[in-house]
Every structure is written in structure tokens, then in C-alpha cells.
Design a protein around this ligand. Structure first.
Ligand SMILES: Nc1ncnc2c1ncn2[C@@H]1O[C@H](COP(=O)(O)OP(=O)(O)OP(=O)(O)O)[C@@H](O)[C@H]1O
Length: 258
């Protein structure tokens, strides 16, 4: 049997006497795409932060390519994270090219200037940004363009796994769709796997094959996205699915502006 790219086994995280993550297990195969969904406070971000090494588990195991411990540099070239707000995660004094160049220099000290410039162009192409925007500062970019930069930066070290934590939640719906398409294309082009954290079931179908549903720190349901969304077994998932507006959905009541 193939070793999963990511295996999370019986993960538990306790903050003082509060259990945020309680016996969570899931796997992501190489090149796969797993959504972790649930309402606010269900423990999704805590799981993501443990997988990326930003947080320590109270107990349980995280195996990356079958290994429990990777040194910092190896972990960083294996797994990268994309956050909700690209404006907070980008250095506002750094141009897009400098931002990408810095990551490349950090991960491959041998890379010469020419190869680095070529790789920056390749990354800009990959995320659908005009190469001319390489000279721009974050404040001159739109929210969607900034999230493209954040994705390019995360892809720069050629990671095997991207952890995307509410990566489209701050964007307008039409821009969300563009970024979701970009994520589908980037996975096809690079073979990177996704751990896609979201409270919003409507963004899952397009990007992910598998899903785990979390509620109050526990996994309440898991399976193929198509099957879980079509016929959710757990009452909690049924409520989540029912709350997703479908195409053609019309608000039954206008929001009062009074
Ligand atoms: N550092 C911390 N100290 C104390 N409690 C924490 C800490 N981090 C998270 N929690 C708590 O753990 C629970 C799970 O948080 P987590 O951020 O993982 O949930 P989430 O499903 O990602 O929700 P959200 O989308 O709102 O971030 C929440 O009740 C949160 O308040």
C-alpha cells in the first residue's frame, strides 16, 4: 500500500481545560485534495496549524510522507500554508518579485540570479499574474491578485502539500471562483496536494475530492465530497448542506436597512 502524503492519527489538542481537537484522524494521498469543513470553532484551524508545525499537539501523530519528524527546512519545503488574509501575510514594503525571490533564495541557496528570475516568471504564470506585476507592491494589487501572490509564494519551494486556511473566505464571490479555478489548475500543473480548510461547503465541491466534517473538535463524517454532499449521513452535515445556497437561490426576505 502507498504511504499517504499526510496521515493525521488520533490528534488531540487541549488549551488549558478546553479540548479543541479530540481524536481527529484523516489522510491525504499524494496529489490528493481533502477539505476539512465545519462551523467556526470546530477545530479546523487548530488541526491545520498542527500539521504545518505552528502548533504542538497534546497527543496524536502527524506523519508527513510516513515521517513523524522533519527538520524545519525540510518541513517548509514539504508543506506550505496559505492564510485567509493575504494583506496581513505579505510584507507591504516588498515587491511581488522580491517576495518570491526571497522564498526561493531561502530554500535553494545555490540558485543563481538568472534561474531565480526565470522561476519567478514561471510562478507568476502559474498563478495567472501578469509578469509586469512583479514590480508591484501589495497595496497596488487587488485582493484577488494578492491572494495569487500568496499562493505563488507558497508554491515557490515546490511543496508536496498546501494547507489553505479559509483561503478564499475574504474575497468577493466572483473572485473566489477565479481563485478556486486557479487552485484546480495549479494542482493539475504541479501535482501538489491540498488540505483545504473552510466553513463554506459551497467552495468544496469544485476543488476537493475528499472531505472530513468537524463539529466541536471531532470528525462527525468523512468520505468523497460528491457522496457526502449528495447524501450527508450525520445530522450536523445535513444542516451544513441545507444552509448552502444553491444556484438560483433567492433570498426570501430582504435585509432591512432601517
Ligand atoms: N491559542 C488558543 N488558546 C485557547 N483556545 C484556543 C486557541 N486556539 C483556538 N482555541 C479555541 O479552540 C476552538 C477551535 O478553534 P479553531 O480556530 O481551531 O476553530 P475553527 O474551526 O478553525 O474556527 P474558525 O474558523 O473560527 O477559526 C475555538 O473554541 C477556539 O476559541
Amino acid at each position: 500500500m502507498n504511504t499517504p502524503l499526510l496521515e493525521v492519527r488520533d490528534l488531540r489538542k487541549q488549551f488549558k481545560d478546553f479540548v479543541a481537537v479530540d481524536g481527529v484522524s484523516f489522510t491525504v494521498p499524494a496529489g490528493g485534495s481533502l477539505a476539512v469543513v465545519g462551523e467556526s470553532g470546530s477545530g479546523k484551524t487548530t488541526c491545520a496549524r498542527i500539521v504545518t508545525g505552528l502548533e504542538k499537539a497534546t497527543s496524536g501523530t502527524v506523519l508527513l510522507d510516513g515521517a513523524a519528524t522533519l527538520d524545519r527546512r525540510r518541513r517548509a519545503s514539504f508543506v506550505q500554508m496559505v492564510f485567509q488574509d493575504p494583506y496581513l501575510s505579505l510584507d507591504r514594503r516588498q515587491t511581488v518579485s522580491d517576495c518570491l525571490g526571497e522564498v526561493l533564495a531561502h530554500h535553494d541557496r545555490e540558485m543563481d540570479r538568472r534561474s531565480r528570475a526565470a522561476r519567478i516568471d514561471e510562478l507568476l504564470d502559474l498563478v495567472g499574474l501578469d509578469r509586469k506585476l512583479g514590480e508591484s507592491l501589495p497595496r497596488h494589487l487587488s485582493g484577488g491578485q494578492r491572494q495569487r501572490v500568496a499562493i505563488a509564494r507558497a508554491l515557490a519551494p515546490n511543496p508536496k502539500l498546501l494547507v489553505l486556511d479559509e483561503a478564499v473566505a475574504a474575497l468577493d464571490v466572483s473572485i473566489q471562483a477565479q481563485i478556486l479555478n486557479l487552485l484546480v489548475d495549479a494542482r493539475a500543473a504541479t501535482g501538489v496536494a491540498y488540505l483545504f480548510i473552510t466553513h463554506d461547503l459551497s467552495v468544496v465541491r469544485h476543488v476537493c475530492e475528499d472531505v472530513v466534517v468537524m463539529c466541536r473538535g471531532k470528525v462527525v463524517e468523512s468520505g468523497l465530497v460528491a457522496e457526502v454532499l449528495e447524501a450527508p449521513a450525520a445530522a450536523y452535515t445535513q444542516r451544513l448542506v441545507a444552509s448552502v445556497p444553491r444556484p438560483g437561490w433567492v433570498p426570501s426576505r430582504a435585509v432591512s436597512r432601517g
